[in-house]
Structure formats: C-alpha cells, structure tokens
Ligand binder design. Structure first.
Ligand code: NAI
Length: 312
C-alpha cells in the first residue's frame, strides 16, 4: 500500500533549496501540510531572504499541495517559537519536524578559524536543532505523537578542516539519542531519528566544479528524500537511529562498544593497558548500547538500571 501523510502537519527547516526542499516537496506530494522554513541567508550565515521559503511553498501549492512559508531563523528561541506557532495557528498541531537547516562556515586550519565561524556553525545546527525540538516537544508529548528527524553529517566521522561544523553535527546525534531514549522510557509514540545525507546542493558547490557536477548526476536531493520521509512516517520502525542516506542508498550508522579488557580495579597498571590494548581495540563481540545505562559495565556489580531510572 502506498504510504501517505494524510492529515499530518510537518515543519521542514532550511527548506528553501537543496535537501530541505526535496523533503518538503515529497511530504506535501504524499498529503502532508507543510510549513516551509528558510532564513535565506548566504553561505556564511549572513543576511536573510524570505523569498526562498516562499518560492518552495508556492511550488508546493502550484502542484496541488498545502504549504505555508516562514523566514525565521531556527537558531534562537524567539524564531523557533514563531515557526511552531505559525504551524499551530494554521493547522492546530505539529506531527513532523525535520531539522534540516544548516551551514558550514568553519574551514581551513584551526589557527585561522574565527570564534564567529565556530559560533555560527554551532548556533544553526546544534542550537537550532535544540530550539526547534524544544518548541515542538511538549505538544508532541501531550498528544502522544511525533516524528522528528535531525540532520547530522558524514563530517562527524572526521573531517580534515574546520571544527564548528562537525562539532555541531555531533550535537544533533546526541540530541537524537537523548530524546529517543526519553520518549521510549516514558512509552511515548514519539520517534526521533537522524540522517547523514549526501546530495548536490549549494553547499556542494564549495567542493569545486568537477565534484559538483558528479554530485548532481549521482546524488540529486530527491534520491535522499524517500528515506527521510520514511523516517518521519507513522510506521517508522526505529527510534534513536542514524542513517547515511543519498544517491539511492541508505544504511545504518551506529556506535558500538567492544568487550575490551577487564582487570581488577586495584591491579590495572599502564603496562597491563599496553599489553591488552589490542583486545580493547578489537571489534569482535561488540555491542550497540541502547542508552547510557546500557553502555555502562553490566558486570561491574553496580545496579546501574536503578541508578539510570533516576536520571532519565
Ligand atoms: P543548503 O545550503 O541548500 O540548505 C540549507 C538551508 O538551511 C539553506 O537554504 C539555508 O538558507 C538554511 N538555513 C541556514 N541557516 C538557517 C537558520 N538559522 N534558520 C533557518 N534556515 C537556515 O544545503 P543542503 O546541502 O541542502 O543541506 C541541508 C542539510 O543537510 C544541512 O543541515 C547540511 O548540513 C546537511 N548535510 C548536507 C550534505 C550534502 O551532501 N549536501 C552533507 C552532510 C550534511
């Protein structure tokens, strides 16, 4: 059966172009009412232009869909509250949030990076994701329904320049895990997942003409959108997961723990660490923790679960 979003209300941030536009278009084609947000600033986070969001909302309406536009920044409390209030006023609910807004201003050697670059990257991807989640969370919690998709980046695996962007994109993963674990713990029908996309966009122009034209051929934003849409659908089977998506492919990304080496607390010395380092490094027998309690040492003789129940 064809999957639809009939009756659902979605907010897609940074949807004035690139991936966000593709997500918004697909959700609308499948029946969602979509608030298209985009600040419309330049690459370095300067300026604002609400015509980008307006153009995509027009495009959706032109194709027979339902959309409204918003030109606020996600990076502050007032902007995030206004975005959510606009959707609530128009349609009375928010079922879906895709935190897609992002930019890369930090690049080059660390000694040349400015604090403004660090702060811009953190403010948009990390603070913006936090602010938008905060602004929708209570009504999703109270209505016992919500689907949130956060956007990380492959830069989180290690990127050779700039620190602000991968740091901010790591934060989106942490936010995803924290909210998913909280919703699970309280038995809420709220799912929070995360993607690391690859797609041609104005961001990939930065990589040079050759890479950009190959990206346009192999990684159109539309080839990532169906995975993003599935992850915010009612039937999504997972919570707190990360996927690498793009070019028609999707695959799970996870953080695992190896069994490592266990010594007696009072006996572990540096030489034992040296001599057993390979065992700690070996991925054999790894596990994937479901939450921070799961990631603690189950055999250490402490009732971590009792402790954990108190900190969630
Ligand atoms: P894009 O530059 O076309 O889209 C990002 C949009 O976010 C822009 O339209 C921009 O105006 C908007 N934006 C920036 N700051 C904002 C703010 N404060 N409030 C509201 N909107 C704001 O780039 P693209 O490639 O479509 O990126 C979408 C997301 O995917 C970003 O979060 C990016 O970091 C992430 N990403 C993209 C990759 C790619 O291969 N294209 C790779 C890894 C991550």
């Amino acid at each position: 059966m064809k999957m639809t979003f009939d009756g659902r209300v979605a907010i897609v941030t940074g949807a004035g172009g690139g991936l966000g536009r593709a997500y918004a278009m697909l959700l609308a084609q499948r029946g969602a009412r979509v608030l298209v947000n985009d600040l419309g600033g330049d690459f370095m986070g300067q300026g604002a232009d609400s015509s980008y969001a307006a153009a995509v909302a027009d495009e959706i309406r032109g194709a027979g869909g339902v959309a409204i536009a918003n030109g606020d920044s996600v990076a502050g409390r007032e902007g995030a509250d206004r975005i959510v209030a606009q959707a609530m006023e128009a349609w009375g609910r928010v079922d879906i949030l895709i935190n897609n807004a992002g930019l890369v201003t930090s690049r080059g050697p660390l000694w040349e990076m400015t604090d403004a670059q660090w702060e811009t990257d953190i403010r948009v991807a990390a603070t913006g994701t936090y602010q938008m989640c905060r602004a929708v969370w209570k009504q999703m919690w109270d209505r016992d329904y919500g689907r949130i998709l956060n956007v990380s980046s492959g830069s989180f695996f290690g990127m050779g320049s700039g620190l602000g962007y991968p740091a901010a994109k790591g934060a989106t993963w942490g936010i995803t895990r924290a909210l998913a674990v909280t919703a699970d713990h309280h038995g809420k029908n709220v799912r929070v997942n995360c993607v690391m996309p690859t797609a041609a966009s104005r961001m990939t122009h930065l990589l040079g003409e050759e890479v950009d034209s190959a990206m346009k051929r192999h990684y159109p934003p539309e080839a990532a959108a169906p995975v993003a849409a599935y992850l915010v659908h009612e039937d999504v089977p997972c919570n707190g997961e990360m996927f690498r998506i793009g070019g028609g492919r999707f695959r799970r990304v996870f953080i695992g723990i190896t069994p490592g080496y266990r010594g007696k607390p009072a006996e572990l010395d540096m030489e034992t660490v040296r001599d057993n380092f390979a065992q700690a490094m070996s991925p054999e027998g790894y596990s994937i923790p479901r939450n921070s309690i799961d990631a603690l040492d189950a055999e250490a003789g402490v009732d971590w679960a009792a402790f954990g129940a108190g900190i969630i």
